[in-house]
Design a protein around this ligand. Structure first.
Ligand SMILES: [Mg+2]
Length: 215
């Protein structure tokens, strides 16, 4: 049987979280590290993951790592949790819940989630947006500071008998990581419009997405 591994990024790809994620991340950094210099253009970082960015900020500000990452991740989790509890916006990308449900119920596909975010907030956002996480594997910045490694770990958890591997993401760093791995790529949302061969605005057209998955 020919099987396709499909691995999704989370933020901007299956979940729309607007600005609260970045704002909360910066608040958590300020809370734990104080008034350090932060470049909030994430594309400028070597590893665009929650752990990767933080390590680079600490290095730039000459801060030695002594348990701050764990504290900061905890603080960030609290902020995101509060935001969601207080009715903050975090919704699924149009058609995403239905698409992932369909793929999960079809034995020709294996579905995974590989995000540059930390695991606790990734789960909170997916649950809040209405995804059922029971049958998915989730790899995050808790598993590595490097996106490529997070994606690789996710794939090995899915198995190794795929005739095609596809990553679905919404940012330039997703394209770069996918290229390094030699996988196929589907871009989602406004940031990648016109920047990749296969692109969808959202998942409202199931057939279009499926065609790209097999292209
Ligand atoms: Mg993203």
């Amino acid at each position: 049987m020919k099987m396709i591994a499909t691995i999704f990024d989370i933020d901007g790809t299956v979940v729309e979280c607007f600005d609260f994620d970045g704002t909360s991340y910066i608040s958590a950094i300020r809370d734990i590290l104080g008034e350090v210099y932060i470049n909030d253009d994430w594309s400028q970082y070597k590893n665009v993951t929650d752990t990767g960015i933080l390590r680079q900020i600490m290095k730039k500000n000459k801060i030695q790592e002594k348990g701050q990452i764990g504290k900061l991740s905890k603080k960030f989790g609290e902020l995101i949790g509060q935001y969601l509890e207080n009715g903050g916006e975090c919704c699924p990308k149009k058609g995403a819940v239905c698409l992932i449900d369909k793929l999960l119920s079809d034995r020709h596909y294996k579905i995974g989630v590989a995000t540059g975010g930390w695991k606790h907030t990734a789960k909170m956002k997916l649950r809040h947006a209405g995804f059922d996480l029971r049958n998915t594997v989730l790899f995050s910045s808790d598993d590595s500071a490097e996106r490529v490694e997070i994606m690789e770990k996710c794939l090995s958890a899915l198995g190794d008998s795929f005739h095609r591997i596809v990553y679905v993401g919404d940012a330039v760093w997703d394209i770069q990581a996918t290229k390094k791995l030699g996988w196929h790529f589907i871009g989602v949302g406004p940031r990648l419009k016109g920047k990749c061969e296969f692109w969808v605005e959202d998942y409202s057209n199931y057939d279009t997405f499926m065609r790209m998955l097999h292209a």
